[in-house]
Design a protein around this ligand. Structure first.
Ligand SMILES: [Cu+2]
Length: 163
């Protein structure tokens, strides 16, 4: 049964365009940027920390809100998001298209213990801070959301415009 679950999860993950890694070890150490591993997505790609052109501070709180909840960046910019968790609950900032985030939120309902170690995700423990370095290669309307079970549904989602 356990094996079946793993296979089902692998199939679901493969079906959604994002990739998720599992395991606490991966959260313990800072992410190492490897240009060979950068994957282009509909909403941009992992950014090189040496090429950051802008830093944006985002706060997450237990009232299920991001502050600020509306962000605008320019196409081509490499942004470092410094994400603070001011609450007592686990929160995370997940970048994506609206469609991908809705699909991912559904996946989280089925697998609430799913660990997040994708470059587009900052998974932040209470009182801590995390980072995402992201290059916005495509213009459009995107979102960032907390996909901890119930948080997205409670409105923990922000808007990100790339011009
Ligand atoms: Cu949250």
């Amino acid at each position: 049964m356990k094996k079946l679950h793993v296979l089902t999860l692998a199939a679901l993950v493969a079906a959604s365009s994002a990739a998720f890694a599992h395991g606490d070890e991966e959260h313990a150490k800072p992410r190492k940027f490897d240009p060979a591993k950068v994957e282009a997505t509909d909403f941009g790609q992992e950014g090189d920390p040496k090429k950051v052109t802008r830093t944006i501070k985002v706060d997450m709180a237990d009232n299920m809100r991001f502050t600020p909840a509306n962000l605008a960046v320019k196409r081509g910019e490499t942004v470092k998001f410094v994400v603070h968790n001011d609450g007592k609950l686990l929160h995370e900032m997940v970048l994506g298209t609206k469609k991908a985030l809705v699909e991912h939120a559904e996946l989280m309902k089925k697998f609430p213990d799913m660990e997040h170690a994708d470059p587009s995700i900052a998974h932040v423990k209470p009182g801590k801070r995390g980072e995402i370095v992201w290059q916005f290669t495509k213009p459009g309307e995107f979102q960032f959301a907390c996909l901890q079970p119930g948080h997205f549904e409670a409105g923990m989602v922000g808007r990100l415009t790339v011009k």
